[in-house]
Each structure stands twice: as C-alpha cells, then as structure tokens.
Design a protein around this ligand. Structure first.
Ligand SMILES: *[C@@H]1O[C@H](CO)[C@@H](O)[C@H](O)[C@H]1NC(C)=O
Ligand SMILES: *[C@@H]1O[C@H](CO)[C@@H](O)[C@H](O)[C@H]1NC(C)=O
Ligand SMILES: *[C@@H]1O[C@H](CO)[C@@H](O)[C@H](O)[C@H]1NC(C)=O
Length: 453
C-alpha cells in the first residue's frame, strides 16, 4: 500500500487560507506573518480539519460528501468556519507582549451535534463550541424580529414563538477560558481518554485540568529547579496515552522521554519510565545537545509505541524498551555537515512535528525546501515529497524528490546547497483512517490523498 501511496499521492487541492479582511488592502506579494499556519489537526473521524495561524485565527475545513455525478468531488475539504480564537495581549506585570499565535489545537470527542475544540497560545487555553443552526425562532411576544424590545402597550395578545427554517449558519462560541496557570510558554495540550480532563504543558510544568472547571488546575509535573541557574532541561512536548487515562509522556530538550503514571502519585515528578539513548561519545560536538532536543512526541494509535522527532531524525520507541529506540529514521542526514550555518541562521532550533498514519505502519515528518518525508516501518522504504504549487498541479501525481550531496547527480536531483531553508514544513497531520494528509507550508495548506474516485 505504501507503493501505491507513492504512485498515487496527488494534490487534492492547495488552499490559501482566506485572508483577514484587513490584509486585502495590502500588497500581498509575500504572506503576512499573521497568515503563517502554526498547527493542523484532523478531528477523530477526519471529516473536519482545523488549522491555527500566527494571527490567532482558527480555520475549520469540512470534507464534502461524495458526489456521484461529479468526478473528483469526493474528499474535497472546504472552509466550514473561520474565527478569531486569540488576540494579542499585554502582561503589564512583566511588561511582556503575549502573542496571539495558536500553538496547538485539539478536538474533543464528539458527544452531541456540536463540535468542541481546545486552542492555545503561549498562555491561555480556550474551549470553543462549533455548532450548526438552520432554524430561528420567530414571533416573540416582547421582542420584534430585530430583537428590539417592543413597546409594551402594543402587546395585546399572546402568541407562541415558532421555529422557521433559515440558511445554514455555523456558529462558534467561546465556552471556557483556562487562563493564568502558565508562567512559561505552553507547547502542548492533550485531551485525556477519560474525555473529562486534559493537560497543558509549558517549558517547565504540566497542569491537569477538568474540562468544566477553569479556575483551578493541578500541577502534575514541575521540573523548575529552586535556582534557575541550575536549569539544564526544558519540557518540549507532552501527550496522554490514547487508551490508558493514567499514562502520559513528556519529552525534553535533552532528548529524553519520560512516561508518568498518575496512579503512582498525584505529583508525577518521578517518572515511571525514562526512555533515553546513551550518546555515542565519538559523535559528541557543540551541536549534540541542540540536535537531540525532541521537538514532538506522539503515541501510536495502538498505544504501544512512541514516535519522536529531533532535528535530524525521527525515532520509534517501544513502551517496553527504554534503553534505545526501536527504529531510527534519517530525515535529512545531509545537514549533518551544515550544522554550523544552520546554527547561525537559527534554523537548528526549528521544531518539526511528526505523525503516524492510521494503522501505525507509516510515519511522516517535515523538512526544508517544502519537502516532507514518509517512512514505511515494514518495508523500510522511504520517500521525499514536495509541497508546492509549481510541482503539484491538482490531480497530478506527486513525484518523489531526491537531494544529492556531491557525487553522481541525477536529473531533477536538488543539491544540498540549493535547499531553501526559509521554506520548511513543520506541521503535518494524517487523516485517522485514510491516506489523506494535510501539510502546512508557510501560509498554504496542502491536502494530498492517494486516490481519486
Ligand atoms: C468529526 O467531524 C465529523 C463531521 O462533522 C463528525 O461527523 C464526526 O462525528 C466527528 N468525529 C468525532 C469523533 O468527533
Ligand atoms: C555518528 O555520526 C555518524 C556520521 O557522522 C552517523 O552516521 C551516526 O548515525 C552518528 N551516531 C549517532 C549515535 O548519532
Ligand atoms: C495508513 O493507515 C490507514 C488507516 O489504517 C490505511 O488506510 C492506510 O493504507 C495506511 N497507509 C499506508 C501507506 O500504509
């Protein structure tokens, strides 16, 4: 199936997110910073796809139902709703600006007709309700149709208000705001499989929340040293186990993963398992620690494995083996000799995310030059693909790309020196049950699927 994915992965469509009205007047020769996509997330059935951007907006796409008469119509994702989730704020006590950038979005499992999602910027997590309305009440006794209070002297009889059909409207409303619990920047949120609680992680602490309670959270991990000068490590990502509500994992800037069991103690400062690979002393360099920092960690759907991404590799860990990863995949090993310049232009601190496919058999992660990589865990085949308008016309099949480092160069190969480091794919998502992937490339969202009707 991986082979067919290689052959048939084609651009479903590429979307520029609808711009904010304000930017229409600007000469948009390059994307404004606010339009840069900062997170992508499918809901649990893949029918909805949410993106967040640096401007604090959330755009939700909905997959159109299959249409027999029109070819290619299946699977199109169209804009369902757009709303402003976060606004820039100012922390007067610390004289700090708080960016509106959406760091993460997480869908809650659907429990009634409405959809709920959590979105977070650096400090504040919000719970949003997204619901549809196709009827409106008419015939109030005390209000007219515009909602103005009627002159009571004109009300002489009582009537029963009725619901009248109207055009479908998608309404988004803020339901809860979880604020004032993070001193440092929130990097992760994760909904627990108990569907009642979720956690939020910042650089030094992890808090546990009840979805219905905003004025209290429990601090379950705190790695802040008494003296900040002793700080050697920060939390980079955290996630709950998909089935066991007591288990969670968090990754660190030192390349370690810690599995915590909330049944052992209320405070999870002491981990149950520590996943760490001893460093090869012969490879030690100035950059070793920076490139071993884990930028993302994801449980497999089965719950048995962990997928992590560091600067140069993606790794799969078995929950039952702590001393080394089960599998290591080189994402762009050709950059090993370029670390010095990647340090100078700050690229070495880029935080690439990673994703599993629905059956945990293939993993995906991003790279530079708008390239993204896929690795088949069974056949060990891998591929580099490019998300770009020029190289991927709608319905055309994506061609694998190759980066060459000196030596024999084939036609269409791209040399390491001509890679564009400003074009990077940090955020990707894989549909939970099908071969549909969403790739965020700066201000563009690309959705690829492996077949069309
Ligand atoms: C995802 O969204 C679709 C489309 O609205 C909905 O039918 C489905 O129930 C959602 N799935 C979950 C698990 O929330
Ligand atoms: C050590 O460096 C070599 C070549 O530079 C590389 O192939 C190998 O994977 C590195 N080992 C580790 C443990 O990173
Ligand atoms: C990934 O998982 C999905 C869901 O199980 C499956 O349909 C798909 O074929 C898998 N993709 C590959 C390339 O194996």
């Amino acid at each position: 199936s991986f082979l067919s994915l290689l052959l048939f992965l084609s651009l479903l469509h590429s979307l520029s997110l609808p711009s904010l009205p304000i930017s229409f007047s600007l000469p948009l020769s390059f994307p404004s910073a606010a339009d840069i996509i900062s997170t992508v997330e499918f809901n649990h059935t893949g029918e909805l796809l949410a993106t967040g951007d640096k401007g604090g907006r959330v755009v939700i796409f909905q997959r159109e139902p299959e249409c027999k008469t029109e070819p290619y119509s299946q699977g199109e994702y169209n804009v369902y709703s757009t709303f402003q989730s976060h606004e820039p704020e100012f922390d007067y006590l610390k004289s700090l600006e708080i960016e509106e950038k959406i760091n993460k979005i997480r869908w809650l499992p659907q429990q009634n007709a409405a959809h709920f999602l959590l979105s977070t910027n650096d400090k504040t997590i919000k719970l949003w309700k997204v619901s549809e309305r196709d009827k409106r009440p008419e015939g109030y006794n005390l209000k007219d149709e515009e909602g103005r209070i009627k002159d009571l002297s004109t009300v002489t009889s009582l009537q029963v208000p009725v619901l009248k059909p109207m055009d479908l409207m998608v309404e988004v409303s803020p339901r809860r705001v979880f604020a004032n619990a993070h001193t440092y920047h929130v990097n992760s949120i994760s909904v627990n499989s108990d569907h009642e609680t979720y956690m939020s992680a910042d650089d030094l602490r992890i808090n546990l929340w009840h979805l219905g309670i905003t004025d209290r959270s429990f601090n379950i991990v705190d790695i802040k040293p008494v003296n900040m000068e002793d700080l050697t490590e920060v939390i980079t990502a955290a996630e709950f186990h998909p089935h066991h509500c007591n288990l969670l994992v968090y990754s660190s800037s030192k390349g370690t993963l810690r599995l915590c069991d909330m049944r052992e103690a209320a405070l999870c400062d002491k981990h149950s398992k520590l996943f760490e690979e001893p460093e090869d002393p012969s490879n030690r360099s100035f950059f070793s620690e920076i490139i071993s920092s884990v930028s993302d960690v994801k449980f497999s759907h089965s719950g048995r494995y962990l997928l992590t991404r560091d600067y140069l590799t993606a790794k799969v860990w078995d929950l039952n083996m702590e001393n080394k990863p089960l599998e290591i995949y080189q994402v762009h090993d050709y950059l090993r000799s370029k670390l010095c310049s990647l340090y100078e232009n700050d690229c070495i601190f880029d935080k690439f995310e990673c994703a599993w496919n629905g059956s945990d058999s293939v993993i995906m992660t991003g790279a530079y030059n708008n390239f993204f990589r896929m690795f088949d865990r069974n056949t060990k085949r891998d591929v580099t693909l490019e998300a770009s308008r020029e190289s991927s016309k709608p319905r055309a099949v994506l061609k694998p790309r190759r980066v060459c480092q000196g030596g024999k160069r084939r036609k269409d190969d791209i040399s390491v020196d001509s890679l564009d480091f400003t074009k990077k794919i940090l955020h990707t998502a894989w549909h939970p049950t099908e071969n549909i992937i969403a790739i965020a490339a700066t201000n563009n969202l690309y959705i690829f699927q492996d077949k069309f009707n």
